[in-house]
Design a protein around this ligand. Structure first.
Ligand SMILES: [Zn+2]
Length: 127
């Protein structure tokens, strides 16, 4: 067992708590989004039928955009928690290096080290 840059048990526990808290937040947020967006259409009042249909459409688009973003985040959180169980958490997906604890604390569901992520972002920016 090498103890080089890999995460300690207590660091892992801390990150796991962060991930679980974030997952709970996301669940709450998703429920709130639905609750907030639904009544906005009903209280529109004197708008014409066309207008309210347009609003309903718009609301649905915003809602599904938000939800799919949240769903992506949830997916990443679940994957991070799975990796923790498998003991592969904290390793960069691209180069396999240890992602520093300080970085994981800020972005616990990241799967890439800073170097790989910034080169990926540069590639994205060119498209
Ligand atoms: Zn990397």
């Amino acid at each position: 067992m090498t103890q080089d840059q890999s995460l300690t048990a207590s660091q892992l526990a801390e990150l796991k708590e962060l991930l679980q808290a974030r997952r709970q937040d996301l669940h709450k947020q998703m429920e709130q989004n639905r609750a907030n967006l639904a009544p906005a259409v009903n209280t529109a009042g004197s708008v014409s039928q066309d207008e309210s249909a347009r609003l309903a459409n718009q609301t649905r688009e915003v809602d599904s955009a938000l939800t799919s973003l949240d769903a992506q985040d949830l997916d990443r959180i679940d994957r991070a928690l799975e990796a923790m169980d498998e003991g592969t958490y904290g390793l960069c997906d691209a180069c396999g290096c240890h992602i520093p604890f300080e970085r994981l604390k800020i972005e616990p569901m990241t799967q890439h080290c800073v170097a790989c992520k910034s080169s990926w972002e540069q590639k994205q920016a060119k498209v």
